[in-house]
Design a protein around this ligand. Structure first.
Ligand SMILES: C[S@@+](CC[C@H](N)C(=O)[O-])C[C@H]1O[C@@H](n2cnc3c(N)ncnc32)[C@H](O)[C@@H]1O
Length: 501
């Protein structure tokens, strides 16, 4: 990649204010929001009404429109039209210049703060490209944003992004890791990752071609992230295969292979974060099957949704652009449902997998596989999950007597809601609610509500249980046996924390 040309491009993009804020100011909030829904025309109309370098860059590299040679020359004064052609991001078409790639500003906020990058990828349906090519390289989508938010905000010497695509996760990893290896089976994806990294002046990202863990044989990483091609796809003639979503395996075998590879590639005390889909086969729930894959690692799997086979097939047929009135729809639906029938699949779970390799000499202290459907403020998720592995290891060192000696604090984002039937003497339902972490709402009884309400670090858990037992006139040992497991759960889920945290 020609560094001088990429530097010139970056200067031009910056000079034109080709940023999320710049585009928002140009097209207005409604048209900007429409872009996230893959609707281009409102932004195009606004750009055409206000010609200039920013409008040209938006039309060309976001919406995929041809622009005049003069417009492109004005928008890229440092790079020039010839430079854009030499870089492979545009080509001449008669009197016009046609963009060949998408370059879009991407604003993010993670635990380390806010920032913005330009992300290079293939032009897509927003840019009128349809159907997508089988080796289409995705831009930043909802899945990448989710994975970015799940990353642990902990410093790492080395990180791996498996299936890097346009490289957005590799850029996020580089914020905490000294060096990043970004792999893909797609040579084109690696070129986009290199362009994206250079464009943003980010060094320390090494690209490697190959399937799954082949390119990193024998290497271990402190941090591994992957938004793998997890879409369960029938291996049947005539079913389109897209590299970006389908890893070519049967069922969820690709997912299992990624998790299996983590055992040999995570450094001690290393973390991995994955997105994925997992099948429930007759009699074996998807989350429980995954528990088997994760043996030997600390694991927290969170199933955000579960679809029956028909809805799953509909989702991915639609993603591939096939809708019920299309001629090929019924044949493809047959292929998907035959595939699910053959394996006895009754549901497909979709969600997040956070894994941690215990440090030297340590054993597994967290093995949690749960369904969690509520809306979550993603910006809190990464730090919360990372902290939970430490909390689980800490809790594992405490027997109940030791836990009683601990002083805990109620987390700052916890509120209590009491619901009472009209005329009732006391609350019928008490709920604890989190603003951060994973935004849980927990129904609790009076004793646990009293304990959480009193956790200001002053008294130990044992002293609090003693006081509550005498207040409620119940046996202290029975109350302790009831409350202590729930105190552990509240620490793990972020309602309570150690004074020293
Ligand atoms: C869902 S995309 C994720 C891209 C990017 N990391 C993101 O989050 O937007 C999956 C990526 O995995 C790549 N891929 C497909 N099969 C692979 C394999 N067997 N080994 C490594 N990467 C693979 C695809 O080319 C694609 O870039």
């Amino acid at each position: 990649m020609h560094r001088a040309l990429v530097d010139a491009l970056a200067r031009d993009l910056a000079a034109a204010s080709f940023t999320s804020g710049g585009v928002l100011a140009l097209v207005g909030a409604d048209a900007d929001a429409a872009l996230t829904r893959m609707v281009a025309q409102p932004a195009r109309r606004a750009a055409l009404r206000q010609p200039g370098p920013l409008a040209t860059l938006l039309r060309a590299f976001w919406l995929g429109d041809a622009v005049t040679v003069q417009e492109m020359a004005d928008a890229l004064p440092a790079l020039g039209v010839d430079g854009a052609v030499a870089l492979g991001i545009a080509e001449h078409r008669g009197e016009s210049v046609m963009p060949l790639v998408a370059i879009r500003p991407y604003a993010y906020r993670d635990a380390l703060g806010a920032g913005e990058w330009w992300i290079a990828s293939d032009l897509d349906e927003l840019a009128g490209v349809w159907p997508l090519r089988p080796d289409h390289v995705l831009g930043v989508g909802g899945a990448a944003r989710t994975l970015a938010a799940l990353l642990p905000p902990v410093a790492a010497a080395s990180a791996l992004d498996l299936g890097t695509g346009c490289g957005v996760i590799a850029l996020h990893l580089r914020r905490v890791a000294q060096r990043v290896v970004a792999t893909d089976i797609s040579e084109r994806a690696l070129r986009f990752t290199e362009l994206t990294a250079l464009l943003n002046g980010v060094d320390g990202i090494e690209t490697r071609l190959g399937s799954l863990f082949e390119p990193v044989a024998g290497e271990r990483f402190e941090l591994i992230a992957s938004n793998p091609p997890f879409v369960i796809t029938p291996r049947a003639e005539g079913v389109p295969a897209y590299e970006y979503r389908d890893g070519g395996a049967a069922g969820d075998a690709l997912m299992a292979a990624v998790v299996a590879g983590l055992h040999g590639h995570l450094a001690p005390d290393g973390h991995a974060r994955l997105l994925g889909n997992w099948e429930t086969l007759a009699g074996a729930a998807g989350l429980e099957r995954m528990r088997g894959w994760c043996d030997g690692l600390d694991a927290w799997a969170i199933e955000r949704d579960s679809l029956d086979p028909v809805r799953y097939a509909e989702l991915w047929l639609r993603d591939g652009g096939t809708i019920p009135r299309d001629t090929e729809h019924d044949g493809l639906m047959d292929a998907w449902l035959d595939d699910f029938d053959a394996r006895g699949v009754t549901a497909v779970g979709m969600g997040w997998l956070a894994l941690h390799r215990p440090g030297a000499g340590g054993g597994v202290s967290l093995s949690r596989f749960e369904r969690l459907g509520q809306a979550v403020q993603l910006e809190h998720a990464g730090a919360h999950l990372a902290g939970a592995f430490g909390d689980a290891a800490w809790l594992a060192t405490l027997d109940d007597e030791a836990l009683k000696r601990e002083h805990l604090l109620t987390a700052e984002d916890v509120t209590e809601a009491r619901h009472q039937l009209p005329g009732a003497a006391g609350p019928n339902v008490i709920e604890l609610r989190q603003g951060g972490a994973l935004a849980r709402t927990l129904s609790v009884d009076t004793a646990l509500a009293a304990l959480v309400g009193a956790c200001d670090g002053e008294l130990s858990i044992g002293q609090l249980i003693g006081a509550i037992a005498s207040l409620l006139e119940v046996d202290e040992r029975i109350l302790a046996a009831d409350l202590l497991p729930r105190v552990r759960e509240l620490v793990l889920t972020g309602f309570l924390r150690a004074v020293s945290d």
